[in-house]
Write a protein that binds this ligand. Structure first.
Ligand code: ZN
Length: 104
């Protein structure tokens, strides 16, 4: 999505923010998740909270500035594409992590 075909994910125990996206090229980037802040259990669930952070971070592939129209549009585009994928290919929405709905 947004042209990212090669995404590296790292899990540092300490960093100055919850998560951080770094654009490497037009088609690659990396996301650091602050495990010390999020906690390991955060990664056990695929839910709205996790989707919000992923959408926000991947949207930074298009724009770094939080106040830019490009970042806002990228967040909207990713959210809409995520919904479309869930509707058209629900089998791709499952994984090893449990859904947050299973906890309710
Ligand atoms: Zn951000």
């Amino acid at each position: 999505m947004l042209g990212v075909v090669n995404l590296t994910v790292r899990y540092p125990l300490e960093m100055g923010t919850t998560a951080c996206y770094s654009r490497r090229s037009a088609t690659s980037g990396s996301i650091d998740f602050n495990v010390g802040q999020l906690g390991l259990r955060w990664f056990d669930t695929i839910g709205v909270t996790q989707d919000e952070l992923m959408i926000h971070e991947v949207a930074h592939h298009r724009a770094a500035n939080h106040y830019s129209e490009e970042l806002h549009e990228a967040c909207c585009e990713l959210g809409a594409k995520l919904k479309q994928l869930a509707m058209e290919q629900p089998e791709k929405m499952t994984g090893s992590a449990k859904s947050s709905n299973e906890d309710q």
